[in-house]
Design a protein around this ligand. Structure first.
Ligand code: G3I
Length: 350
């Protein structure tokens, strides 16, 4: 098992926005893009991107100007990319990866295995263990192989733990057994030997039953040589924030296993409509989470689940809640944007 404090921050390959000669000029002409300030701190700043918004000029230009890492929000999930057993559909995910490359951004692949957004042919197929393993191998070989060398980080498995720290009941656990997780990592490593391979989850950012279960499980995988390189903390939170000290302590123990850390899906929701007070509280949460990442050398960066309130999963999944991102619905920067910018400027200036 690798169990030493790391000396270097995980660094993904991305370029400063100012160096990009592509067609996506900064829309808002903000003083210094977040991606340049974050890069000065040695980290990436990213967002989930939805294919259906790419034709909005303000969406594409703000994204290209401000962010250095892109996660396809839905387009690499099984139901979209593998709609029939013998059919893969890469067009939409390819468009997002091409946009990222045109703007010198790194790509975070999401996700090679999940219990949601699976196609009917998989969930209703009645497959036994051997066939499920064959299907998983075909999927990971094909998808991670298709993007080999172009995806910097893969969420190999997503949300595979229950809140008590045990493995989640799913088609994978039920039909294959617990070794589906190590199988998925081995397959991903074979298909793309250069990608950082991550186990991603929510409500695992502080020290609690779920993160304790993950810590024990991942420690065992590493002890047996399974190629796990990182842990993702989704961080879908509210303006009440999180216990930042516990987050720091939790990151420290995973970093001591030799793992990269990525904040993968940050958003800070509030009850609508926003008020000056809730926007200020939100800014404080963004600032404190960014600070915790900067204080932890294993933290490679912060990706948000979207970047504009015009396109966020929150209002449709949690009615009455929203305004969770640093740009408002008209792509104007909010106090949360200013808080990130100011926090990154502190270390960029050093
Ligand atoms: O594209 C179809 C459209 O054709 C159809 O008419 C419409 C009708 O419902 O659905 C559209 O698909 C929706 C898709 O988002 C794209 O908008 C799905 O119904 C909807 O379920 C799907 O929701 C996504 C959700 O994952 C699925 O559980 C959200 O956009 C996406 O933000 C969310 O992302 C997850 C991460 O993958 C994992 N972590 C939590 C995060 C938030 O829930």
């Amino acid at each position: 098992m690798r169990s030493h404090a790391r000396l270097d921050r995980p660094r993904l390959q991305f370029a400063a926005a100012a160096l990009i000669a592509g067609s996506l000029a900064p829309a808002a002409a903000l003083a210094q893009p977040l991606r340049d300030l974050a890069s000065g701190c040695g980290i990436g700043i990213g967002a989930a991107v939805t294919y259906s918004a790419l034709n909005e000029p303000a969406y594409a230009t703000t994204l290209g100007a401000e962010l250095s890492v892109v996660t396809p929000e839905n387009e690499m999930k099984w139901s979209n990319i593998h709609p029939q057993r013998t059919q893969f559909s890469f067009d939409r995910a390819d468009a997002i990866v091409a946009l990222a490359e045109a703007n010198g951004m790194a790509v975070h692949g999401h996700t090679l295995l999940w219990h949601q957004q699976n196609p009917g042919w998989l969930t209703n197929g009645g497959f036994g263990r051997d066939e499920m393993i064959q299907i998983l191998a075909d999927h990971i070989d094909t998808v991670a192989g298709h993007y080999s060398g172009r995806v910097a980080v893969w969420d190999v498995v997503n949300e595979v733990f229950e809140s008590d720290g045990s493995l989640r009941r799913s088609i994978w656990l039920d039909r294959v057994g617990p070794d589906y997780i190590e199988l998925a990592f081995q397959l991903a490593s074979n298909a793309d030997p250069n990608a950082r391979l991550v186990i991603n989850d929510y409500s695992n950012e502080t020290i609690n039953a779920k993160s304790n279960g993950m810590y024990a499980f991942i420690s065992d995988l590493l002890a047996r040589g399974v190629p796990v390189h990182g842990i993702g903390f989704q961080l879908h939170v509210t303006t009440s924030g999180i216990n930042v000290q516990s987050f720091a302590d939790n990151m420290r123990r995973f970093a001591a296993l030799g793992l990269d850390i990525y904040i993968t899906e940050l958003d800070v929701r509030m009850q609508l409509p926003p008020t000056a007070a809730s926007l200020a509280a939100q800014a404080n949460v963004y600032r404190s989470i960014a600070g915790a990442c900067l204080d932890q050398p294993a933290c490679g960066g912060i990706w948000m689940w979207g970047f504009t309130d015009a396109h966020s999963w929150i209002p449709s999944f949690m009615p009455g809640w929203g305004a969770a991102l640093p740009f408002d619905e008209r792509y104007a920067p909010k106090p949360a944007y200013d808080a990130l910018s100011a926090r990154f400027a502190e270390c960029s200036a050093r």
